[in-house]
Structures are given as structure tokens and as C-alpha cells.
Design a protein around this ligand. Structure first.
Ligand SMILES: Nc1ncnc2c1ncn2[C@@H]1O[C@H](COP(=O)(O)OP(=O)(O)OP(=O)(O)O)[C@@H](O)[C@H]1O
Ligand SMILES: [Mg+2]
Length: 224
């Protein structure tokens, strides 16, 4: 079964902004796909619908066969455990240390303290922040904050990572690192859907591409 299934998905923001129109695609595990298209073409909206942060006007999103838009409360929370979201603005917890920002996710899931320590150290190691675990987010550079956001997304080994322009404000080298971390996650079976405008990165790290324009898929090079 495909982990991500999107059927006839449309989103109209009130009163009349058509952000997505009849979008259809499916992704099996272990794929890295770019989501691209001009500003305002609907990329963020699509990721929000996949995360259950917005409701579709029509159509449906299934993750692991579950209809995201019908889930509420506890069942939506359970589904979100399988989906990591890297936001443009990181959404870090300012009063928690680096370690705390990453372990928080696992505490919420009820992971044992021993397992938490091992997983957090592993995730921070993978993004090169192991030696900064005791710092606070404001003591990190922009690129380090971005890597922290990635550590937080990968620590729970989600089935799907949704990344919204995660390299937006980063220098080219760190942007490349970000892509490499996400490629590692893909290699262990995670689906990565990476929204970006960055032609350079897309050329340097080629992956199948879904292109949106004015809310419609105009090109999908992902072949099943
Ligand atoms: N909450 C909202 N209310 C009304 N309109 C919205 C809302 N969010 C987005 N839109 C509109 O929906 C359309 C798609 O926006 P979206 O943010 O999905 O585009 P995007 O492809 O992510 O653009 P960018 O590359 O600039 O991030 C745009 O016309 C935008 O103005
Ligand atoms: Mg966007």
C-alpha cells in the first residue's frame, strides 16, 4: 500500500482563493520527492493538508490508509506521530535546551527515558549538534537552528517528513547538508516531500519532482 495517497484534493480559502484544484498523487515508502512551483502555487497548502493542519474543501488525503481530514483529537495526534514537519520558521521551543527541544517530541510519545537519551543523542549527532545539546535555541546560528529542526523531525523515525522550504535562509553548504540528512532518512524508508524553489539544489541532488502551478499539478516525474 502507498503510504501517502492524495485523491481529487481541492482547497478553497474563504471567500474564494483556489489554492489547490483536483490534486492527485501517491507515494510508496522510501522516496524523496521535490514539490516545486511558483510562489502562491499551493505548496504549503498541500503540506498543511497532508499534516491535517488544514481541512480540504474536496477530496482526501490518506496516510497509511487513514483519512487525515476525518481524524480528530487523539487519533489525529497518533497519525501525526508518523509525520515529521519541518516548518519554514522552525517553531523551536525557546525556553528548552537543544536536548530538550528534541527529547520533548519523544516524551510526548511516552518513550522510556533510556530510549529517549539514546535516540536524542543519535539524532543530534547526525545533524552535528551533539556538542551543543545544553545550549538554547537563541544561542545557535540560523543554520544550526535549522539542523535542530531536522533533528526534531528525524528523532521519531517518522514514515513521512514534510519539509517546507527548509533551506530558505541557509547558505549553500548548509542547504546541501540539509538535503543529505533528508536523503539519509529516505534511505531508511521515510518518504520525504521537500517543497522548494531552489533550482540549484534540485540540480545538484536530483530527485523526482511534482510541480504545482496555480493549485494544479502540471508535472509529476515520480513514476511508480
Ligand atoms: N490562510 C489563507 N487564507 C487565504 N488564502 C491563503 C491562505 N494561505 C494561503 N493562501 C493563498 O493560497 C494560495 C497558495 O498559497 P501557498 O502558501 O500554499 O503557496 P506556496 O506555493 O507555498 O507559495 P510560496 O512559494 O510563496 O511559499 C496563495 O494564493 C495564497 O495567497
Ligand atoms: Mg509556501
Amino acid at each position: 500500500m502507498n503510504v501517502v495517497q492524495v485523491f481529487h484534493l481541492s482547497k478553497v480559502y474563504k471567500p474564494s482563493v483556489v489554492a489547490l484544484e483536483d490534486v492527485n498523487f501517491e507515494l510508496p515508502p522510501g522516496n524523496f520527492v521535490y514539490l516545486t512551483g511558483p510562489s502562491g502555487s499551493g505548496k504549503t497548502t498541500l503540506l498543511k493538508l497532508l499534516f491535517g493542519a488544514e481541512k480540504p474543501t474536496q477530496g482526501q488525503v490518506l496516510i497509511e490508509g487513514q483519512n487525515v481530514s476525518r481524524l480528530k483529537g487523539r487519533r489525529l495526534a497518533l497519525l501525526r506521530r508518523q509525520v515529521g514537519f519541518i516548518f519554514q520558521d522552525f517553531k523551536l521551543l525557546p525556553h528548552q535546551t537543544i536536548y530538550g527541544n528534541v527529547s520533548f517530541v519523544l516524551q510526548v510519545l511516552g518513550t522510556s527515558p533510556q530510549e529517549i537519551r539514546q535516540k536524542v543523542e543519535n539524532a543530534l549527532g547526525r545533524v552535528g549538534l551533539a556538542d551543543k545539546a545544553k545550549r538554547y535555541p537563541y544561542q545557535l546560528s540560523g543554520g544550526e537552528q535549522q539542523r535542530l529542526a531536522i533533528a526534531r523531525a528525524i528523532v521519531r523515525e517518522p514514515r513521512v517528513i514534510l519539509a517546507d522550504e527548509p533551506t530558505g535562509n541557509l547558505d549553500p553548504e548548509i542547504s546541501e547538508e540539509v538535503v543529505r540528512y533528508l536523503e539519509e532518512a529516505r534511505a531508511s524508508g521515510t518518504i520525504v516531500l521537500f517543497a522548494t524553489h531552489n533550482r540549484y539544489l534540485m540540480g545538484r541532488f536530483p530527485h523526482p519532482t511534482i510541480t504545482l502551478q496555480a493549485g494544479k499539478i502540471i508535472q509529476n516525474s515520480f513514476i511508480q
